[in-house]
Write a protein that binds this ligand. Structure first.
Ligand SMILES: CC(C)(COP(=O)(O)OP(=O)(O)OC[C@H]1O[C@@H](n2cnc3c(N)ncnc32)[C@H](O)[C@@H]1OP(=O)(O)O)[C@@H](O)C(=O)NCCC(=O)NCCS
Length: 199
């Protein structure tokens, strides 16, 4: 069993989950209460804190995504039709964020971010199939996207491991000027993704 879980985390001791229960749907405005609860859960808040955790901050951040006024596309992760977490992708472009795009420096790429909000679903093997299915159904389904990148903090061992299991490989360490921590940037190209079976 993992030895790295902090006191506010769970260990995944409840056993691995059947990945066939996973699906996605577009995030809705009536999910914002759920987002508020998830973003205030210690296991999420520890790694996902940019936008703040008050209701107004969450609404200000996510409503533009929900209403299609932002280039990031937001989804609820469902398990057997019930929401358990959040995943988004965003084409990386100099128009949106010139500094970040030049730090990443991968043409036709998209960034993916996710969290499992419901603690009882954590560390039970869902990370890989959630990522693989999301990339297949929502990201690489766009023929313009040639690569996907993710940037967990170097200390987020579970996230790095889950992304490795989904096929991502370390690319480089970057430091965005507005972020307090470096990013352990990982990359998965379309060719690499299509060369592996979808789990
Ligand atoms: C990151 C996240 C999506 C991964 O999904 P998951 O379903 O929980 O992870 P998995 O069970 O698929 O894999 C976790 C791996 O990390 C390992 N691990 C490392 N630290 C761990 C910890 N503290 N507790 C449990 N597992 C841990 C596990 O052993 C497992 O590897 P293994 O299968 O080789 O044993 C999920 O943990 C999460 O939402 N975390 C909180 C928010 C977050 O960190 N988001 C990512 C920001 S980049």
């Amino acid at each position: 069993m993992p030895v790295l879980a902090g006191k506010d985390e769970v260990s995944g001791a409840a056993g691995r989950m059947d990945p066939t229960g996973i699906s996605f749907r577009a995030l809705r405005s009536d999910d914002l209460d759920l987002m508020h609860r998830w973003l205030n859960a210690p296991h999420v808040k520890r790694w996902w804190y940019d936008e703040g955790t008050s209701r107004p901050e969450i609404r200000e951040k996510y409503l533009p995504l929900i209403e299609g006024r932002d280039s990031a596309k937001p989804f609820a992760i469902l398990y057997e039709d019930g929401p358990i977490g959040y995943v988004q992708y965003c084409p990386i472009s100099a128009e949106d964020d010139e500094t970040y795009a030049s730090l990443v420096d991968v043409r036709n790429s998209a960034g993916v971010d996710l969290f499992i909000g419901e603690a009882e679903y954590l560390y039970r093997g869902l990370g890989r199939p959630v990522l693989r299915r999301f990339l297949s159904e929502r990201v690489f389904s766009d023929p313009k996207i040639e690569a996907c990148v993710v940037g967990p903090e170097p200390k987020n061992v579970a996230a790095i491991r889950a992304h490795e299991k989904a096929g991502f490989r370390f690319f480089k360490t970057i430091q965005a000027p507005t972020e307090p921590e470096t990013e352990h940037l990982m990359k998965l190209t379309r060719a690499e993704f299509e060369g592996e079976s979808v789990g």
